[in-house]
Design a protein around this ligand. Structure first.
Ligand code: GTP
Ligand code: MG
Length: 365
């Protein structure tokens, strides 16, 4: 299962436009609200200069970057959690994502209706968070009612779950998303079964217009909000990125510099921020020189489980991992030189895979 991000936002915020730019999946985009009805699912390739360098060394037949899944859902409006608009049923689509990207409209464009009349991304964040809280409240209340009789019967584990749920319920009632309720990892795993939406990490995406400038007040408001809440914000012009995604990379870079005066792609920033948000690391494999590939795992994953990402047989039959840190391979310029310098390490089943490790797994079939 790839790691996934759900795009959440008001109607006409530019979710599908950003989704198309990220995934090239061709979702419907239009200037009227509630264009998206069914969810769209697509993969975004994660650009990685290390993979390019390893491929230059190995000269494989294929190079396969790692990918993150994005899910584009219907726009949320006030009352979505009570069935207003299309939001309610579609919030269900993001119960299982690993994180949420809030797409916030910072572009003006009078031709595109704003459901609340004017550009005010911080108000929009409040609307979205309220809907996430209300959706969770329904789920939590249902679970509380179910557990009460069992707790009265004296089951200790149930009583502790009930206490936790009632605490979360009170927080949600006061409008505090679960992610800001100071829940411990234990609490979070206890709540895992009911898949809350307001406890997922959030990335704030300021969708700016083509005429944006560094001092863009709407984008600055989003950035300040994120900073005050210890979160990350990124600026992107989804419209331009979607158009650039259709060009070849060199042409796109030229246009980007012309149009937005920036060289690093907005998309690359969104992807990099998503990656940080999910606390992911990348390892690379070179499979006998045939295929260079990047893989995504959570920080702290051990070698056998990392091998399991490549193939379940590799996890089951795991013997050793032959590991080299990317900077060492980069400096040596080849595996033969690495071996001579003794920089290829043999690691066992307790080895925690590090970002940028280039790994050859040894396993028994
Ligand atoms: N000027 C400008 N227009 C944009 C930008 N991003 C999106 N739009 C326009 O805004 C309109 C709505 O975009 P969508 O991507 O369909 O918005 P959405 O959030 O998916 O909307 P729903 O599916 O209705 O919830 C379209 O006409 C887009 O062309 C942007 O960065 N700048
Ligand atoms: Mg849409």
């Amino acid at each position: 299962m790839p790691l996934s991000l759900g795009l959440v936002g008001l109607p006409n915020a530019g979710k599908s436009t950003l989704f198309n730019a990220l995934t090239n999946a061709g979702a419907a985009v239009a200037a009227y609200p509630f264009t998206t009805i069914d969810q769209n699912v697509g993969m975004a390739m994660v650009p990685d200069a290390r993979l390019d360098r390893v491929a230059a060394i190995v000269q494989p037949e294929r190079v396969i970057p790692t990918a993150i899944e994005f899910i584009d859902i219907a726009g949320l409006v006030e009352g979505a959690s009570h069935g207003e608009g299309l939001g309610n049923q579609f919030l269900g689509h993001i119960r299982n994502v690993d994180a949420v990207a809030m797409v916030l409209r910072c572009f003006a464009n009078p031709d595109v209706t704003h459901v609340y009349g004017d550009v005010d991304p911080v108000r929009d964040i409040a609307v979205l968070d309220t809907e996430l809280c209300l959706a969770d409240l329904t789920v939590v209340e249902r679970r509380v009612e179910k557990l009460k009789p069992q707790a009265r019967a004296g089951e200790k584990a149930i009583q502790s779950e009930l206490r936790l749920l009632e605490r979360v319920q009170a927080g949600l009632d006061a409008g505090t998303p679960a992610r800001w309720q100071g829940l411990s990892p234990d609490d979070a795993s206890q709540l895992g079964a009911i898949s809350l939406v307001s406890d997922k990490p959030v990335l704030y995406v300021a969708n700016v217009g083509e005429d944006t400038s560094p001092g863009d007040p709407a984008a600055v408001a989003v950035e300040n909000y994120a900073r005050e809440h210890g979160a990350v914000a990124v600026r992107v012009c989804a419209q331009v990125e979607m158009e650039l995604a259709e060009l070849d990379p060199d042409e796109a870079a030229e246009y980007r510099a012309d149009l937005l005066g920036e060289h690093e792609g907005g998309l690359a920033r969104v992807i990099a921020a998503s990656y940080r948000l999910l606390d992911l690391v990348t390892f690379l494999t070179t499979t006998g020189g045939k295929e260079c590939r990047a893989w995504t795992i959570r920080r702290g994953t051990k070698a056998p489980q990392a091998a399991g990402k490549v193939h379940t047989d590799m996890e089951r039959g795991f013997i050793r991992a032959e590991v080299v840190a990317f900077p060492d391979l980069d400096a040596a310029g080849g595996f033969a030189a690495l071996r001579e310098r003794g920089l290829l390490r043999l690691e066992g089943k307790d080895y925690v895979v590090q970002d940028g490790d280039v790994i050859h797994f040894r396993f028994a079939t």
